[in-house]
Design a protein around this ligand. Structure first.
Ligand code: LMR
Length: 330
């Protein structure tokens, strides 16, 4: 998989084009777990278009949405084995492999869109985190954004810290998220994105944290009708490529891929914002969906309850990254 025909000689070196006479087409299989009409789904399609354009059709990115190829439980492994060449898991899903990435999941770090946007520019923190992937034989290309996470619950609206008590809340696999909801005295339940629906139906979970676009595009609001706009964390993606695949690409193709990512950056941030807004507008129209914006007092309560997570990150993981984050976004 990856190359329709072999573009490389047996020693891994690219063919001299003169020698082969004709340039071979390169296929990048890009697997992801969400719907097409989401920030990640649209970014993947836009990326495919730009790469095709820039390489004049030499490189084709084939996008497989909705977890049809791999779920978030096994996509990273499939990437490492080069069964697929690109994925874009959430930051949270990288933290098992690279605990320093937990810095992006600290609660209430980002207070507004402006700060969030700074994270996605080419900056020292992003470079440092992506560089860590080298040890894992993964090429970290970029970050894409989705939005702020909110809380959606089946039977009751979550407002006060006490509303979390014993609430079975679905989280992405992440120690940092696990600890946050434990501090809130909830019962965090880890599941892959593909299993959330079944878990809700079985009442295995009673709530989840996610972005409005992810909630709306998968119809989770039909069960989880009580939505609290808490903006307590962000959900973003690491855009990753199989490293040996990347290394075999000719430098001009590597540059064209990076150019495509840079060119779509502003568009990606704007689109993610718009989709979340549009989905929220749609949700507000639904009579059986309740939407509550966390008040200042409620937010302070949540923040106070979650405060110990900061010293844990600094002491046990890496305060350098937290400092870097503060520097980048303020
Ligand atoms: C989730 O598991 O809720 C998200 O990671 C889905 C996604 O990729 O946006």
């Amino acid at each position: 998989i990856g190359y329709r025909q072999n573009s490389f000689t047996s020693d891994g070196l690219p063919y001299d084009d003169e020698q082969v006479g004709l340039q071979e087409q390169i296929i990048i299989h890009f697997s992801h777990v969400v719907a097409e009409n989401t920030p990640k789904g649209l970014a993947a399609s836009r990326f495919a278009e730009l790469v095709k354009e820039k390489t004049k059709g030499r490189v084709l990115v084939q996008v497989y949405p909705n977890g049809i190829l791999y779920s978030d439980d096994n996509e990273l492994e499939a990437l490492k084995k080069n069964e697929i060449q690109m994925i874009a898991p959430t930051f949270s899903k990288m933290t098992d492999l690279l605990p320093t990435w937990q810095v992006l999941d600290l609660p209430f770090v980002f207070h507004n869109e402006e700060q969030v946007q700074k994270l996605y520019q080419n900056n020292a923190l992003k470079t440092a985190l992506l560089d860590e992937l080298e040890d894992e034989q993964i090429k970290g290309l970029d970050f894409w954004h989705n939005g702020f996470k909110q809380i959606a619950a089946n039977d009751k609206l979550i407002q006060q810290v006490d509303d979390f008590t014993n609430l079975r809340i679905r989280i992405m696999p992440s120690e940092m998220l696990q600890q946050q909801f434990t501090l809130l005295r909830a019962t965090p339940v880890t599941t892959s994105f593909g299993n959330v629906y079944t878990q809700i139906e079985k009442k295995g979970v009673e709530a989840q944290e996610n972005t409005i676009s992810n909630l709306y595009s998968k119809g989770f609001h039909t069960f989880e009708k009580n939505i609290t706009l808490s903006n307590h964390g962000i959900l973003g993606y690491a855009v990753l490529m199989n490293e040996s695949f990347w290394k075999k690409l000719e430098p001009n193709i590597q540059n064209q891929i990076m150019d495509a990512l840079n060119e779509m950056k502003d568009w990606q941030l704007m689109t993610s914002h718009n989709i979340n807004q549009k989905s929220l507008t749609e949700l507000k129209k639904l009579p059986n969906v309740t939407i509550h914006t966390l008040t200042k007092d409620e937010k302070q309560q949540w923040q106070a309850q979650l405060a110990p997570i900061y010293s844990r990150y600094d002491k046990q993981i890496d305060d350098h990254y937290y400092k870097l984050l503060r520097e980048q976004i303020n």
